[in-house]
Design a protein around this ligand. Structure first.
Ligand code: GDP
Length: 446
């Protein structure tokens, strides 16, 4: 499904013969190519990338029914709509204005409601003003006023696309450099083994190395290729050489650390396993978290505390406690001199980089938040007025930002936000990635 990577998804659902396919073709117009035709018993789903007013999105047509003769019609409609709505950012629930509201429409509406994404009811077959059937009855589906369109003649389609685009999560501020490999900063206080670790990484058998100029004059980045995955190690100028203790102290100072973190998507915080976590370690960890970067903790010099690369829960607990404000960060034990944990470190960095760029589909996010709210009521203010969460979306990845549309932002508590964060992470693991929440009163643009 690479065609869908990163783009919001708009799903067309509805009972048979309401004109879903006609609407799909009308909406994609001549601007697109069909990118995928998933073979089913009958045609199952079609994906097409399209754009309106500069916003790109992927349209999914659930088209023909999943052909399973043993199930009833309603069950098949439900199955089809469930699959489509589950991954959608916006759902178009298509109904037939000539037939009026029928029980199957309610069945589809029920499924779509549970998926959690915003829904537009599209009353199709409104072919001309003279034959304008009453579409008001579709209001009863509970998704607001229906939008009258004629898929056949194109009537109302511009207004529909405007409404769709208004509901899409906002585009990322800067176009994501999708092809650019993730940038990784190796940071830590002097003498923890940053240089040694970088050299151990570069010496790893499966790593192919290439130097690339960094953004500042004295910075040199190193491009790694490993199992077809690429990573950029940021500013290896001060690190990539045989380490000498005295130089190392000078080579990677505070300003350099700050610059490297700013340019990175993922930071590896190197700690000395033989020493307790220092203030400076905590300070750098905080800096990484506040910059919104992905974080991996490398507990280096493990050979000084253990005879094998095996992990030690007790030692880890102490580190975790000292760095308890970044509980989401994976921890890897390494020894630069023995070559322990280098492969694991790189694999972990790749996983964090992937999570950093991930976008939780709106439907999935709303299901998670909805379930969390059902399990535990949101907080109320002194007068007993409760917070209501209407809708959640993740408009941005890299770093991820989650927007919650609520009735009264000030009723949110820190504890409840942490509860929601835990629920999201449990359902949708985002290793190493800080989650940032934004609260908006409903009605404000995200
Ligand atoms: P940096 O300042 O963080 O870049 O640290 P260096 O890479 O220069 O390492 C500082 C000292 O720690 C050097 O003497 C290294 O040989 C030593 N060192 C680095 N990593 C390890 C390790 O995994 N195990 C042991 N025993 N020594 C290490």
């Amino acid at each position: 499904m690479s065609a869908r990577a990163g783009l919001p998804v708009v799903a067309i659902v509805g009972r048979p013969n309401v004109g879903k396919s006609a609407l799909f073709n009308r909406l994609i117009g001549r601007r697109v190519a069909i990118v995928e035709d998933v073979p089913g018993v009958t045609r199952d789903r079609l994906y097409a990338e399209t754009a309106w007013r500069g916003r790109r999105f992927v349209l999914v047509d659930t088209g023909g029914l999943i052909s399973d003769a043993t199930e009833g019609l309603a069950a098949r409609i439900r199955a089809q709509a469930t699959r489509a709505a589950a991954e959608a950012d916006v759902v178009l629930l298509v109904v037939d204005a000539h037939d009026g509201l029928v029980p199957e429409d309610h069945a589809v509406a029920e499924v779509v409601r549970r998926a959690g994404a915003p829904v537009l009811v599209v009353a199709n077959k409104v072919d001309g003003p003279a034959r304008d059937p009453a579409v008001g009855e579709f209001f009863a589906l509970g998704f607001g006023d229906p939008l009258p369109v004629s898929a056949l003649h194109g009537r109302g389609v511009g207004d529909l696309l405007d409404a769709v685009v208004a509901l899409l999560p906002p585009a990322p501020a800067e176009a994501p450099a999708a092809a650019a490999p993730p940038a990784v900063a190796i940071v830590g206080r002097p003498n923890v083994g940053k240089s040694s670790l970088v050299n151990a990484i570069l010496g790893e058998e499966r790593v192919v190395v290439d130097a690339a100029p960094g953004t500042t004059r004295d910075a040199v980045d190193t491009v790694l290729a490993r199992d077809g995955q690429r990573l950029v190690l940021i500013d290896t100028a001060g690190l990539r050489r045989p380490s000498r203790v005295h130089e190392a102290v000078e080579a990677y100072g505070v300003a350099r650390t700050r610059r490297a973190i700013a340019r990175a998507q993922v930071a590896v915080l190197v700690l000395d396993a033989a020493e307790p976590v220092a203030d400076q370690d905590q300070h750098i960890a905080r800096q990484i978290a506040e910059a919104g970067r992905g974080l991996v903790i490398a507990l280096n010099k493990w050979d000084l505390v253990a005879a094998t690369p095996r992990r030690d829960p007790q030692r880890e607990r102490a580190v975790r406690h000292a760095l308890r404000f970044v509980p989401y960060a994976p921890l890897v034990v390494t020894s630069a001199v023995r070559g322990w944990g280098i492969g694991t470190l790189l694999t972990t960095v790749e996983q964090v980089a992937a999570a950093y760029r991930a976008r939780i589909p709106t439907g999935v996010l709303n299901r998670i938040v909805g379930e969390a709210v059902r399990r535990m009521q949101p907080p109320a203010d002194a007068a007993g007025r409760r917070l209501r969460i209407y809708y959640a979306t993740q408009p941005e990845s890299a770093p991820p930002r989650i927007v919650l549309f609520v009735n009264e932002p000030q009723r949110m508590s820190e504890a409840y936000l942490r509860y929601l964060e835990r629920a999201i992470r449990q359902a949708y693991p985002l290793p190493g990635v800080p989650l940032h929440f934004v609260l908006r009163r409903r009605g404000e643009a995200p």
